[in-house]
Design a protein around this ligand. Structure first.
Ligand code: PLP
Length: 368
Protein backbone atom coordinates (compact mmCIF):
# COMPACT_ATOMS: atom_id res chain seq x y z
CA UNK A 1 0.00 0.00 0.00
CA UNK A 2 1.27 3.46 -0.93
CA UNK A 3 0.92 6.20 1.69
CA UNK A 4 1.95 9.75 0.78
CA UNK A 5 3.67 11.99 3.34
CA UNK A 6 0.87 14.50 2.88
CA UNK A 7 -2.37 14.17 0.91
CA UNK A 8 -3.80 17.64 0.31
CA UNK A 9 -6.33 16.23 -2.16
CA UNK A 10 -8.04 14.30 0.65
CA UNK A 11 -8.42 17.51 2.66
CA UNK A 12 -9.61 19.48 -0.36
CA UNK A 13 -12.32 16.92 -1.07
CA UNK A 14 -13.91 17.71 2.33
CA UNK A 15 -14.03 21.50 1.81
CA UNK A 16 -14.16 21.75 -1.99
CA UNK A 17 -17.66 23.21 -2.36
CA UNK A 18 -17.20 25.84 0.35
CA UNK A 19 -13.86 26.91 -1.06
CA UNK A 20 -15.02 27.11 -4.64
CA UNK A 21 -17.91 29.31 -3.51
CA UNK A 22 -15.62 31.86 -1.82
CA UNK A 23 -13.18 31.82 -4.74
CA UNK A 24 -16.08 32.70 -7.00
CA UNK A 25 -17.06 35.57 -4.71
CA UNK A 26 -13.55 36.99 -4.82
CA UNK A 27 -13.48 36.64 -8.62
CA UNK A 28 -16.81 38.41 -8.91
CA UNK A 29 -15.60 41.22 -6.64
CA UNK A 30 -12.28 41.60 -8.54
CA UNK A 31 -10.79 42.83 -5.23
CA UNK A 32 -7.55 40.87 -5.01
CA UNK A 33 -5.04 42.56 -2.68
CA UNK A 34 -5.82 43.21 1.02
CA UNK A 35 -9.41 44.49 1.35
CA UNK A 36 -12.44 43.03 3.15
CA UNK A 37 -11.46 39.35 2.94
CA UNK A 38 -8.00 40.02 4.36
CA UNK A 39 -9.45 42.21 7.13
CA UNK A 40 -12.01 39.55 8.03
CA UNK A 41 -9.33 36.86 8.07
CA UNK A 42 -7.11 39.03 10.30
CA UNK A 43 -10.02 39.37 12.72
CA UNK A 44 -10.61 35.61 12.62
CA UNK A 45 -6.96 34.84 13.39
CA UNK A 46 -6.81 37.43 16.19
CA UNK A 47 -9.94 35.89 17.74
CA UNK A 48 -8.60 32.35 17.25
CA UNK A 49 -5.35 33.23 19.03
CA UNK A 50 -6.91 35.47 21.65
CA UNK A 51 -4.68 38.39 20.65
CA UNK A 52 -5.88 41.88 19.72
CA UNK A 53 -3.97 42.43 16.46
CA UNK A 54 -3.22 40.37 13.35
CA UNK A 55 -1.54 41.58 10.18
CA UNK A 56 -1.73 39.51 7.01
CA UNK A 57 1.41 39.33 4.88
CA UNK A 58 2.73 37.52 1.83
CA UNK A 59 4.41 34.51 3.52
CA UNK A 60 5.74 33.19 6.81
CA UNK A 61 9.22 34.31 5.82
CA UNK A 62 7.95 37.81 5.06
CA UNK A 63 6.12 37.83 8.41
CA UNK A 64 9.50 37.22 10.07
CA UNK A 65 11.19 39.91 7.98
CA UNK A 66 8.43 42.48 8.63
CA UNK A 67 8.46 41.76 12.39
CA UNK A 68 12.24 42.19 12.56
CA UNK A 69 12.00 45.41 10.52
CA UNK A 70 9.19 46.71 12.73
CA UNK A 71 11.42 46.31 15.78
CA UNK A 72 14.18 48.18 13.96
CA UNK A 73 16.48 45.16 14.01
CA UNK A 74 19.30 45.41 11.48
CA UNK A 75 23.06 45.78 11.04
CA UNK A 76 25.00 45.55 14.31
CA UNK A 77 22.23 43.62 16.06
CA UNK A 78 22.25 39.98 17.09
CA UNK A 79 19.23 37.68 17.14
CA UNK A 80 19.42 34.32 18.91
CA UNK A 81 17.67 31.37 17.28
CA UNK A 82 17.93 27.60 16.98
CA UNK A 83 20.36 26.01 14.56
CA UNK A 84 17.87 23.17 14.03
CA UNK A 85 15.04 24.76 12.05
CA UNK A 86 13.81 25.61 8.58
CA UNK A 87 16.24 27.89 6.77
CA UNK A 88 13.80 30.83 6.59
CA UNK A 89 14.03 31.45 10.34
CA UNK A 90 17.71 32.41 10.33
CA UNK A 91 17.66 33.55 6.71
CA UNK A 92 15.21 36.33 7.67
CA UNK A 93 17.53 37.56 10.42
CA UNK A 94 20.43 37.78 7.94
CA UNK A 95 18.13 39.31 5.32
CA UNK A 96 17.48 42.39 7.51
CA UNK A 97 21.24 42.75 8.05
CA UNK A 98 21.39 41.40 11.59
CA UNK A 99 23.56 38.52 12.79
CA UNK A 100 21.87 35.16 13.43
CA UNK A 101 23.32 33.67 16.61
CA UNK A 102 22.66 29.96 16.26
CA UNK A 103 22.38 27.83 19.38
CA UNK A 104 21.71 24.15 20.04
CA UNK A 105 18.33 22.47 20.43
CA UNK A 106 17.01 20.21 23.15
CA UNK A 107 17.40 16.52 22.20
CA UNK A 108 13.82 15.59 23.20
CA UNK A 109 11.61 18.40 21.90
CA UNK A 110 14.02 19.54 19.12
CA UNK A 111 13.24 23.11 20.24
CA UNK A 112 15.77 25.74 21.29
CA UNK A 113 17.51 24.97 24.61
CA UNK A 114 16.84 27.90 26.93
CA UNK A 115 20.17 27.55 28.79
CA UNK A 116 21.98 28.16 25.51
CA UNK A 117 19.95 31.34 24.96
CA UNK A 118 21.21 32.82 28.21
CA UNK A 119 24.80 31.85 27.39
CA UNK A 120 24.59 33.50 23.95
CA UNK A 121 23.33 36.91 25.10
CA UNK A 122 25.76 39.79 24.48
CA UNK A 123 25.36 43.57 24.59
CA UNK A 124 24.40 43.38 20.90
CA UNK A 125 21.52 40.95 21.41
CA UNK A 126 18.21 42.57 20.47
CA UNK A 127 15.87 39.62 20.11
CA UNK A 128 15.28 35.92 20.59
CA UNK A 129 13.53 34.05 17.79
CA UNK A 130 12.34 30.69 19.14
CA UNK A 131 10.79 28.21 16.70
CA UNK A 132 7.96 25.82 17.59
CA UNK A 133 9.35 22.89 15.65
CA UNK A 134 7.06 20.17 14.26
CA UNK A 135 3.99 21.65 16.01
CA UNK A 136 5.15 21.81 19.65
CA UNK A 137 5.76 25.19 21.24
CA UNK A 138 9.24 26.09 22.47
CA UNK A 139 9.61 26.87 26.19
CA UNK A 140 8.05 30.32 25.74
CA UNK A 141 7.36 30.73 29.45
CA UNK A 142 11.08 30.54 30.30
CA UNK A 143 12.09 32.48 27.19
CA UNK A 144 9.76 35.37 28.14
CA UNK A 145 11.29 35.44 31.63
CA UNK A 146 14.79 35.66 30.17
CA UNK A 147 13.63 38.37 27.75
CA UNK A 148 12.04 40.44 30.53
CA UNK A 149 15.21 40.32 32.62
CA UNK A 150 17.44 41.23 29.68
CA UNK A 151 15.06 43.61 27.94
CA UNK A 152 14.93 41.58 24.71
CA UNK A 153 12.24 41.24 22.08
CA UNK A 154 10.78 37.78 21.45
CA UNK A 155 9.51 36.91 17.98
CA UNK A 156 8.01 33.43 17.92
CA UNK A 157 8.28 31.47 14.68
CA UNK A 158 4.97 29.61 14.89
CA UNK A 159 4.93 28.64 11.20
CA UNK A 160 4.45 25.00 12.25
CA UNK A 161 2.37 25.47 15.39
CA UNK A 162 -0.81 27.53 14.90
CA UNK A 163 -3.23 26.61 17.71
CA UNK A 164 -0.67 24.65 19.77
CA UNK A 165 -0.67 25.34 23.52
CA UNK A 166 1.99 25.76 26.23
CA UNK A 167 0.82 25.79 29.87
CA UNK A 168 -2.71 26.15 28.46
CA UNK A 169 -1.91 29.31 26.51
CA UNK A 170 -1.89 29.39 22.72
CA UNK A 171 0.60 30.41 20.08
CA UNK A 172 0.32 34.18 19.89
CA UNK A 173 -0.24 34.73 23.61
CA UNK A 174 3.38 34.68 24.83
CA UNK A 175 5.76 36.42 22.48
CA UNK A 176 5.87 40.12 21.59
CA UNK A 177 5.13 39.09 18.02
CA UNK A 178 4.16 35.66 16.70
CA UNK A 179 4.49 34.65 13.09
CA UNK A 180 2.41 32.13 11.12
CA UNK A 181 2.88 30.65 7.66
CA UNK A 182 0.05 29.51 5.41
CA UNK A 183 2.31 27.63 3.00
CA UNK A 184 0.14 24.79 1.60
CA UNK A 185 1.76 22.05 3.71
CA UNK A 186 1.27 23.84 7.04
CA UNK A 187 -1.67 22.78 9.23
CA UNK A 188 -3.54 25.85 8.03
CA UNK A 189 -2.43 25.96 4.40
CA UNK A 190 -3.55 28.23 1.60
CA UNK A 191 -3.55 27.75 -2.15
CA UNK A 192 -0.26 29.58 -2.44
CA UNK A 193 1.92 31.65 -0.11
CA UNK A 194 0.63 33.62 2.86
CA UNK A 195 1.58 34.61 6.38
CA UNK A 196 0.44 36.53 9.46
CA UNK A 197 1.89 38.46 12.37
CA UNK A 198 -0.09 38.53 15.63
CA UNK A 199 0.71 40.78 18.56
CA UNK A 200 -0.87 42.56 21.52
CA UNK A 201 1.11 45.71 20.68
CA UNK A 202 -1.07 48.16 18.72
CA UNK A 203 1.88 50.32 17.71
CA UNK A 204 3.82 47.34 16.38
CA UNK A 205 0.78 46.15 14.41
CA UNK A 206 0.44 49.58 12.80
CA UNK A 207 4.11 49.54 11.87
CA UNK A 208 3.74 46.10 10.28
CA UNK A 209 0.70 47.34 8.32
CA UNK A 210 2.76 50.23 6.99
CA UNK A 211 5.80 48.06 6.23
CA UNK A 212 3.78 45.60 4.13
CA UNK A 213 2.73 48.57 1.91
CA UNK A 214 6.12 50.17 1.23
CA UNK A 215 5.96 51.97 4.56
CA UNK A 216 2.91 53.93 3.49
CA UNK A 217 1.10 55.58 6.39
CA UNK A 218 -1.21 57.78 4.30
CA UNK A 219 -1.66 57.47 0.53
CA UNK A 220 1.68 58.40 -1.10
CA UNK A 221 3.19 59.34 2.28
CA UNK A 222 6.04 57.02 3.25
CA UNK A 223 7.21 57.35 6.84
CA UNK A 224 9.24 54.14 6.57
CA UNK A 225 10.90 52.07 3.88
CA UNK A 226 8.99 48.82 3.67
CA UNK A 227 8.24 46.53 0.76
CA UNK A 228 5.44 44.67 -0.95
CA UNK A 229 4.53 42.13 1.73
CA UNK A 230 0.76 42.00 1.19
CA UNK A 231 -1.61 39.07 1.61
CA UNK A 232 -4.05 38.55 -1.22
CA UNK A 233 -7.80 38.23 -0.95
CA UNK A 234 -8.07 34.76 -2.54
CA UNK A 235 -5.74 33.29 0.07
CA UNK A 236 -7.59 35.07 2.89
CA UNK A 237 -11.00 33.86 1.67
CA UNK A 238 -9.76 30.25 1.33
CA UNK A 239 -8.00 30.33 4.69
CA UNK A 240 -11.12 31.70 6.44
CA UNK A 241 -12.97 28.55 5.36
CA UNK A 242 -10.13 26.25 6.41
CA UNK A 243 -9.65 27.94 9.79
CA UNK A 244 -13.07 26.64 10.82
CA UNK A 245 -11.74 23.08 10.42
CA UNK A 246 -8.30 23.61 11.92
CA UNK A 247 -8.97 22.35 15.46
CA UNK A 248 -10.69 19.22 14.13
CA UNK A 249 -7.75 18.51 11.83
CA UNK A 250 -5.21 19.11 14.60
CA UNK A 251 -7.11 16.77 16.94
CA UNK A 252 -7.07 14.11 14.24
CA UNK A 253 -3.32 14.54 13.85
CA UNK A 254 -2.97 14.03 17.63
CA UNK A 255 -5.02 10.84 17.41
CA UNK A 256 -2.78 9.61 14.60
CA UNK A 257 0.29 10.44 16.71
CA UNK A 258 -1.10 8.52 19.69
CA UNK A 259 -1.74 5.55 17.40
CA UNK A 260 1.88 5.57 16.21
CA UNK A 261 3.24 6.20 19.73
CA UNK A 262 1.52 3.06 20.97
CA UNK A 263 2.74 0.88 18.11
CA UNK A 264 6.34 2.08 18.24
CA UNK A 265 6.58 1.65 22.03
CA UNK A 266 9.23 -0.91 22.93
CA UNK A 267 10.83 -0.80 19.44
CA UNK A 268 14.08 0.88 18.37
CA UNK A 269 12.04 3.78 16.96
CA UNK A 270 12.20 6.80 19.29
CA UNK A 271 8.83 8.57 19.20
CA UNK A 272 8.55 12.36 19.50
CA UNK A 273 8.35 13.67 23.05
CA UNK A 274 5.64 16.22 23.77
CA UNK A 275 5.89 17.68 27.27
CA UNK A 276 2.89 17.44 29.64
CA UNK A 277 2.44 21.21 29.60
CA UNK A 278 2.38 21.31 25.79
CA UNK A 279 -0.21 20.27 23.25
CA UNK A 280 1.28 19.74 19.78
CA UNK A 281 -0.54 20.20 16.50
CA UNK A 282 1.90 17.74 14.86
CA UNK A 283 2.75 19.64 11.72
CA UNK A 284 5.20 16.75 11.52
CA UNK A 285 5.43 13.42 13.33
CA UNK A 286 9.18 13.10 13.64
CA UNK A 287 10.80 9.96 14.99
CA UNK A 288 14.47 9.24 15.61
CA UNK A 289 16.13 6.19 14.13
CA UNK A 290 19.33 5.75 16.13
CA UNK A 291 22.40 3.66 15.36
CA UNK A 292 23.19 5.18 11.98
CA UNK A 293 20.22 3.38 10.37
CA UNK A 294 18.08 6.38 9.43
CA UNK A 295 19.12 6.59 5.78
CA UNK A 296 18.56 2.85 5.30
CA UNK A 297 15.10 3.11 6.87
CA UNK A 298 14.26 6.09 4.69
CA UNK A 299 15.40 4.21 1.56
CA UNK A 300 13.24 1.23 2.52
CA UNK A 301 10.19 3.44 3.05
CA UNK A 302 10.67 5.13 -0.31
CA UNK A 303 10.97 1.69 -1.93
CA UNK A 304 7.78 0.58 -0.18
CA UNK A 305 5.82 3.64 -1.36
CA UNK A 306 5.64 5.20 2.12
CA UNK A 307 6.16 8.97 2.05
CA UNK A 308 8.72 10.33 4.51
CA UNK A 309 11.16 13.22 4.76
CA UNK A 310 14.13 14.45 6.74
CA UNK A 311 13.45 17.80 8.40
CA UNK A 312 16.24 18.96 8.56
CA UNK A 313 19.32 17.19 7.23
CA UNK A 314 21.79 20.05 7.78
CA UNK A 315 21.76 22.28 10.89
CA UNK A 316 22.00 25.93 9.94
CA UNK A 317 25.46 26.49 11.49
CA UNK A 318 26.79 24.08 8.83
CA UNK A 319 25.05 25.74 5.85
CA UNK A 320 27.40 27.11 3.22
CA UNK A 321 25.83 30.58 3.22
CA UNK A 322 26.39 30.89 6.98
CA UNK A 323 30.07 29.93 6.83
CA UNK A 324 30.85 33.57 7.73
CA UNK A 325 29.33 32.91 11.16
CA UNK A 326 32.19 30.49 11.80
CA UNK A 327 30.15 27.38 12.70
CA UNK A 328 31.84 23.99 12.48
CA UNK A 329 30.91 20.34 13.06
CA UNK A 330 30.72 19.55 16.75
CA UNK A 331 29.53 23.03 17.77
CA UNK A 332 25.92 21.97 18.41
CA UNK A 333 25.87 18.22 19.12
CA UNK A 334 22.14 17.85 19.79
CA UNK A 335 21.21 19.45 16.47
CA UNK A 336 23.86 17.46 14.59
CA UNK A 337 22.63 14.19 16.12
CA UNK A 338 19.03 15.11 15.31
CA UNK A 339 19.93 15.93 11.71
CA UNK A 340 21.43 12.44 11.37
CA UNK A 341 18.57 10.55 13.05
CA UNK A 342 15.24 12.27 12.39
CA UNK A 343 12.60 11.00 9.99
CA UNK A 344 9.13 12.52 9.55
CA UNK A 345 6.27 10.11 8.81
CA UNK A 346 2.78 10.67 7.34
CA UNK A 347 0.53 12.28 10.00
CA UNK A 348 -2.07 14.19 7.97
CA UNK A 349 -5.61 14.13 9.43
CA UNK A 350 -7.28 11.95 6.80
CA UNK A 351 -4.97 8.93 7.29
CA UNK A 352 -6.93 5.77 8.06
CA UNK A 353 -5.82 2.91 10.34
CA UNK A 354 -4.87 0.69 7.43
CA UNK A 355 -2.53 3.38 6.10
CA UNK A 356 -1.01 3.97 9.54
CA UNK A 357 -0.50 0.22 9.95
CA UNK A 358 1.31 0.16 6.59
CA UNK A 359 3.61 2.97 7.76
CA UNK A 360 4.37 1.22 11.07
CA UNK A 361 4.97 -2.14 9.38
CA UNK A 362 7.37 -0.65 6.84
CA UNK A 363 9.35 1.26 9.49
CA UNK A 364 9.64 -1.77 11.78
CA UNK A 365 10.61 -4.04 8.86
CA UNK A 366 13.40 -1.63 7.96
CA UNK A 367 14.57 -1.36 11.56
CA UNK A 368 14.99 -5.14 11.59
C1 PLP B 1 7.36 27.16 6.70
C2 PLP B 1 8.25 27.81 7.67
C3 PLP B 1 8.66 29.15 7.54
C4 PLP B 1 8.43 29.98 6.32
O1 PLP B 1 7.17 30.07 5.87
P1 PLP B 1 6.87 30.44 4.33
O2 PLP B 1 5.43 30.78 4.38
O3 PLP B 1 7.18 29.22 3.53
O4 PLP B 1 7.72 31.59 3.97
C5 PLP B 1 9.43 29.70 8.55
N1 PLP B 1 9.78 29.00 9.61
C6 PLP B 1 9.43 27.71 9.79
C7 PLP B 1 9.85 27.00 11.01
C8 PLP B 1 8.67 27.06 8.80
O5 PLP B 1 8.34 25.78 8.98
Amino acid sequence: MKVPLLDLKAQYAAVRDEIRAVIEEVCDSQYFILGPNVEAFEEDIAAYCGTPHAVGVSSGTDALIVSLMAYGIGPGDEVITSTFTFFGTAGSIARVGAKPVLVDCCPNSFNIETEHIEAAITEKTKAVLPVDLFGQMADLQTIMEIARERNLVVIEDAAQSIGATHHNMKTGQYAHATVFSFFPSKNLGGFGDGGMIVTDDAELAEKCRALRMHGETKKYHHALIGGNFRLDALQAAILRVKLRYLDRWSAQRRRNAAYYDERFAGTPVVTPEVYDFNESIYNQYTVRIPGGRRDAVQAHLVESGIGCAVYYPIPLHLQECFAYLGGKPGDHPNAEAAAAEVLSLPIYPELNDEQKDAVVAAVLRACG
